[in-house]
Ligand binder design. Structure first.
Ligand SMILES: Cc1cc2nc3c(=O)[nH]c(=O)nc-3n(C[C@H](O)[C@H](O)[C@H](O)COP(=O)(O)OP(=O)(O)OC[C@H]3O[C@@H](n4cnc5c(N)ncnc54)[C@H](O)[C@@H]3O)c2cc1C
Length: 444
């Protein structure tokens, strides 16, 4: 066991929950990092300490959809009840055509809700993080902000991290939960792997439904998807009271100046944000019916949007090295089109916790810890590959298409909603299976 040296923080810290238990350093205070911290504390008698790059506990906007496999794990973590008071549990989805007709309607979790007892949740990212941070705080787990990782040193009987402010910490294991552009991956586990641009980007915002007037507000409840020639528009209520809606438009966007460089993206971001009304009114010109009017109102009533190019990690990277393991997006960031990123991070955390629980003596030597990490890799990789493949498949719906291609796409979607039912097929078959999956029931 390695005792952590206390880092020199300028703000007051809670005492570390246990100064004599096993220690884990967690880099990154997003869903993967905070869920892992809670689980290690609750189930493995490991004292975690979280280091977060951002200066304070805020995060990017947007709203996250979490299906049954994820909501069940949120319940086991003890945060679900509070999340239910904030997020929307509406799982009804309506697919609209460009002309404004309804192509189909469905429940996105379908039979998975009956099978698991857990439904769908759409919640603002800030609410999700706030509830997690409250639980972490109640558990006495320290979270330190403004911490930029510089180096990781394997010391044989432990691992040492150094931050840019000169502070260091040591622990028995180090978990890289620092997202798609992970510094832990870059400086230690797999420096050769970096994020690829998917060719798709989105623009969107969260606004109160009340600004659209009562009639439109009630029509917005749940999820609405509209296929357009230029891409895909979506709106989703994201609060328990249905009083806020997340809307967004995803489409193909070329690399700025043909290159994936930061400055080019910054210029593109400024252009997209400044000209979003003009851009979207152009895109929505052909959107007909009452739904077309609602989409235009959403744009008109929005004053601030976010632009986000979508990146992914190539599959097949290395996930562990010595005492260091990657979880969540740091290991396997995928495009968000399967709506499973947070759930995959939660499953990672539960998988690791189970593995550590089975090898009580893992801290004594790196062989046992390596076995835990190997088990994690073996268990998670096929599942991640399957979900990533579905995510890439779903991206096709967002691609630009001509008038004929659009008719073909809409007919395909109509058949998907109506034809499979007529043929007695379970149209959500494989997706339901993915949502019923329980990481705690999987043999490891
Ligand atoms: C537009 C969009 C829509 C999405 N929609 C959905 C959805 O509907 N459903 C869903 O499940 N998923 C969705 N996702 C994916 C989801 O957001 C991620 O899969 C999920 O947030 C992964 O959690 P994470 O903790 O691994 O990474 P992150 O959420 O990226 O958290 C990483 C944390 O690490 C911090 N960090 C970064 N670098 C460092 C460093 N060097 N040192 C310390 N800390 C660091 C970051 O500040 C951040 O707090 C979406 C993603 C995008 C981009």
């Amino acid at each position: 066991m390695v005792m952590p040296k206390k880092v020199g923080h300028s703000h007051s810290l809670k005492p570390h929950p246990s100064q004599c238990s096993l220690q884990a350093i967690i880099i990154g205070g997003g869903p993967a990092g905070l869920a892992t911290a809670l689980l290690l504390e609750q189930r493995n008698k490991i004292s975690p300490i979280v280091y977060e790059l951002r200066p304070e506990p805020t995060t990017l906007g947007g709203a996250i959809g979490i299906p049954s496999n994820g909501t069940r794990l949120l319940h086991r973590l003890g945060v679900y009840d509070e999340l239910l008071t904030r997020g929307s549990s509406r799982s009804h989805m309506t697919m609209h055509s460009e002309r404004g007709t309804i192509l189909g309607e469905t429940d996105v979790v379908g039979a998975a809700k009956e099978a698991t007892g857990f439904g769908y949740m759409r919640i603002k990212r800030t609410d999700l993080l706030e509830v997690f941070l409250k639980a972490v705080d109640n558990a006495g787990i320290p979270v330190h902000y403004n911490k930029r990782l510089v180096s990781i040193t394997d010391q044989g009987d432990g691992v040492k991290v150094t931050f840019s402010d000169g502070t260091v910490d040591t622990a028995d294991l180090l978990l890289g939960c620092d997202g798609i552009h992970s510094a832990v991956r870059r400086v230690s586990v797999d420096p050769a792997v970096s994020a690829d641009y998917t060719g798709m980007a989105g623009i969107g915002s969260i606004i109160p439904t009340s600004v659209l007037g009562e009639d439109a507000a009630s029509l917005l409840s749940g999820m609405h998807i509209t296929m357009m020639q230029e891409g895909m528009a979506a709106s989703m209520t994201c609060t328990a009271k249905d009083d806020e809606v997340y809307w967004g438009f995803q489409r193909e966007v070329s690399l700025p100046n043909g290159e994936n460089d930061r400055d080019g993206w910054e210029v593109r971001r400024e252009q997209e944000v400044a000209g979003f009304k003009e851009l979207l009114h152009g895109v929505l010109k052909g959107a007909g019916g009452q739904w077309g009017d609602i989409l235009r109102s959403l744009v008109d009533k929005t004053s601030v949007v976010k632009f986000y190019p979508i990146f992914r990690l190539p599959s097949g990277g290395t996930w562990h090295q010595g005492r260091v393991l990657l979880l969540g997006d740091a290991a396997h960031a995928m495009p968000p089109h399967a709506g499973q990123g947070v759930s995959m991070a939660l499953e990672d955390a539960f998988c690791l916790s189970r593995g550590l629980g089975r090898k009580q003596n893992w801290a004594r030597g790196t062989d046992d810890l390596n076995e835990v990490y190997e088990t994690y890799d073996r268990t998670r990789r096929p599942r991640i590959d399957e979900i990533a493949a579905r995510s890439s498949g779903n991206a096709t719906l967002r691609k630009r298409t001509g008038r004929w291609g659009m008719m073909f796409k809409e007919f395909g979607l109509w058949m998907f909603f109506h034809g499979s039912w007529a043929l007695g097929m379970d149209k959500w078959g494989s997706e339901v299976k993915q949502m019923v999956y329980d990481i705690e029931e999987v043999e490891i």
